[in-house]
Design a binder for this molecule. Structure first.
Ligand SMILES: [Zn+2]
Length: 337
């Protein structure tokens, strides 16, 4: 039996995607169109050449470059529509998509106009079986003041589709404690909270996020393998790690955490984390930029030695640890509607 056949049952199951960045979903053909709107001629091959990195800094450079073509609300609408189509093709019935409002503010864009265009472009997909909610994301290295403005915009947009506030970016910059009041305000505004931590930083970043910020999920968190006490903490508090294996390979984060010059997918700690009792959800992060999709990630999880029941657990977790209302946190709810 081939791996593809072995995961065919999994491939047919409805799944949820909880860690995917809209801005990391710019496929080469979409990048070409966005650049054309800016008066720049690009080929898809040129974009693919940019989508190759050996470390995190190179990835960030490519991310800055391709997102510089996102200028008008219509550009965000085009991209959101394309992502929705990609998700539907992968049997995704529900996704929480991260939107980099922090970058919009840096570029003097109006987040509300962008978001309204995104909603208008994606709401028709609901009748096709795809529901999307949104996470407004700040950039850590821009500091707590700008992060606070992202919370303000989440409140101002007054949309039930905005379900959470998060922070991404360079986790080695700005002490975690500096964001404490920002997360307190996000909680008071009824937003769920999450953060990227333990991707390139150490396990102390994860502990700080839990103990200082009250986060409910963590982006990546693979550094937890260095501290069994933090592993126990996540398991005991049922705080999910959003694990994105291909991303960890492409950015060099896995090799960094393993202290190796390079790493392979089979070395990923996902099985160890899951078997320790930590809730794990499987995700793509920036699928276009990492040449992956959610189906590929499930195949990778299988190549790490996960059993059929463990793969099924990952699918269940993608609903259980979502920010949906509690009674909707299972695949059966989506089959029924
Ligand atoms: Zn991410």
């Amino acid at each position: 039996m081939t791996k593809r056949e072995a995961t065919s049952g999994i491939a047919q199951a409805p799944i949820a995607e909880l860690h995917v960045h809209l801005e990391g979903s710019i496929r080469p053909e979409v990048a070409v169109e966005l650049a054309r709107r800016c008066g720049i001629t690009l080929t898809e091959d040129e974009v693919r050449q940019r989508y190759a990195y050996t470390n995190f800094a190179e990835f960030i450079e490519a991310f800055k470059w391709v997102t510089s073509f996102l200028r008008e609300p219509e550009d965000f609408a085009l991209l959101a529509c394309d992502l929705a189509q990609q998700l539907l093709a992968q049997k995704v019935v529900y996704a929480e998509v991260t939107l980099s409002v922090g970058v919009m503010l840096l570029r003097n864009q109006d987040p509300q106009r962008n978001f309204e265009a995104i909603l208008a472009a994606t709401e028709p997909f609901e009748s096709k079986g795809l529901r999307l909610n949104w996470i407004f994301d700040a950039v850590r290295q821009f500091g707590p003041e700008l992060a606070g403005k992202v919370v303000d915009w989440a409140v101002q947009c007054r949309s039930p589709r905005v379900v959470a506030f998060g922070i991404g970016g360079d986790e080695l910059q700005v002490p975690t404690n500096d964001f404490r009041h920002v997360y307190r305000r996000a909680a008071a505004a009824g937003l769920h909270r999450l953060i990227h931590a333990g991707e390139t930083g150490g396990p102390e970043k994860i502990r700080e996020a839990v103990e200082l910020l009250g986060i409910e999920r963590i982006g990546h968190g693979i550094a937890v393998i260095h501290d069994p006490a933090v592993m126990d903490l996540l398991a005991a508090r049922r705080i999910a790690l959003e694990i994105c294996p291909t991303s960890n390979l492409c950015t060099g984060a896995l090799a960094t955490q393993l202290n190796l010059p390079s790493a392979s997918i089979e070395q990923h700690p996902l099985p160890k984390l899951l078997r320790h009792g930590i809730p794990v959800v499987l995700s793509t992060d920036d699928p276009a930029m990492f040449h992956t999709c959610l189906s590929d990630e499930y195949r990778h999880a299988q190549s790490m030695g996960l059993s059929e029941s463990e793969l099924a657990q990952l699918i269940d977790n993608s609903f259980t640890f979502s920010f949906l209302p509690a009674h909707q946190r299972n695949a059966r709810h989506f089959r029924a509607v």
